[in-house]
Write a protein that binds this ligand. Structure first.
Ligand SMILES: [Zn+2]
Ligand SMILES: [Zn+2]
Length: 139
């Protein structure tokens, strides 16, 4: 487990608001959208440490990235936002994921993975599709 980052991706439904378009007075409907393929990528680095008293601590580092989608109107990349409930679900998943990755707690279900097909998903506007982390698997 040493010496590398471990990756996990979480799929949820998020909202996107293009601030550039909203600032330019574009109608709300054209400048905001939601996507069932909002992808959050987490990576964990396992780096246990020993403190000055010789006490061993198990843990490491976690980094999180929410993938962007491209605005249909102006082509700006916009980062997804989660509402309170979706955010809580994600944090819950993240806790379990860390417990699994660092401390070996069993973790069978890796969270909601999306419907795997959605004709509304615009693959060429999705940063996580581009980078291969999106849970969308085509029609
Ligand atoms: Zn825009
Ligand atoms: Zn995608």
């Amino acid at each position: 487990m040493f010496g590398g980052w471990l990756y996990g991706s979480y799929n949820t439904k998020g909202k996107f608001r293009c601030l550039k378009c909203l600032k330019n007075g574009t109608a709300n409907n054209d400048a905001t959208w939601s996507s069932a393929y909002t992808t959050i990528l987490c990576r964990a680095y396992y780096g246990p440490d020993t403190d000055e008293n010789g006490q061993a601590w198990i843990g490491g580092w976690i980094q999180v990235k929410i993938f962007a989608q491209q605005c249909l109107n102006c082509a700006e990349y916009v980062t997804g936002e989660l509402d309170d409930q979706k955010c809580q679900n994600f944090v819950n998943w993240l806790h379990r994921w860390i417990a699994h990755m660092f401390y070996g707690y069993p973790f069978r279900r890796l969270g909601y993975q999306g419907k795997q097909s959605d004709r509304h998903h615009l693959v060429n506007r999705c940063e996580s599709c581009e980078q291969g982390w999106c849970h969308y698997r085509g029609k």
